[in-house]
Write a protein that binds this ligand. Structure first.
Ligand code: ZN
Length: 172
């Protein structure tokens, strides 16, 4: 297992559309382990493969990353989904979001309040995840990454430009 470098905005790779995983193999398992380790180390509650430079449709999430502090096994709530697809989305909710690829910036984003996501797990089982609250938001955020969308894209143009300009100055 190893911690991967997280690509950050405005890295062009983050804007690509990731390829579907065609075969779930030992390599897929290794990537998921690395992604989980990278997510916990950051720390974050979700990570999509393109964020670590991998052109594959894989996401990992853990919206209860403090399990260890609460005397539970770390990673108990780790979720991974290969080729996730958002099949249902209802209602509306607003959360303040951040992103491991968008440094030093958080903003309120409006998303569906309840989602149903279908995909595959490492054992090649088809899985369904129905979620609301933070997990629903995190699933939408991570699936967005697979199509090159960042939470910044859900903001007003003005807010997005303010961040983009600030970031450009920092990069320069
Ligand atoms: Zn993100």
């Amino acid at each position: 297992m190893s911690i991967r470098r997280i690509l950050t905005f405005p890295e062009p790779f983050l804007r690509g559309t990731a390829r579907p995983v065609e075969n779930i193999t030992g390599e897929t398992a290794k990537w998921i382990e690395d992604m989980a380790q990278t997510m916990y180390a950051a720390p974050g509650i979700g990570l999509a493969a393109p964020q670590v430079g991998l052109d594959q449709r894989i996401i990992v999430l853990d919206v209860a990353p403090d399990d260890e502090e609460q005397g539970q096994e770390k990673g108990k709530h780790l979720i991974h989904v290969v080729n996730p697809v958002l099949v249902e989305a209802d209602g509306e909710t607003t959360f303040e979001e951040g992103c491991l690829s968008v440094i030093d910036f958080r903003a309120e984003v409006e998303r569906a309040a309840r989602v149903l996501v279908k995909g595959w797990d490492l054992d090649q089982n088809e899985i369904e995840i129905e979620a609301d609250g933070l997990l629903a938001v995190a699933l939408q955020h991570e699936i967005d990454h697979l199509d090159g969308t960042l939470f910044l894209d859900h903001l007003s143009r003005l807010k997005r430009q303010l961040y983009t300009q600030r970031r450009k100055k920092l990069v320069r």
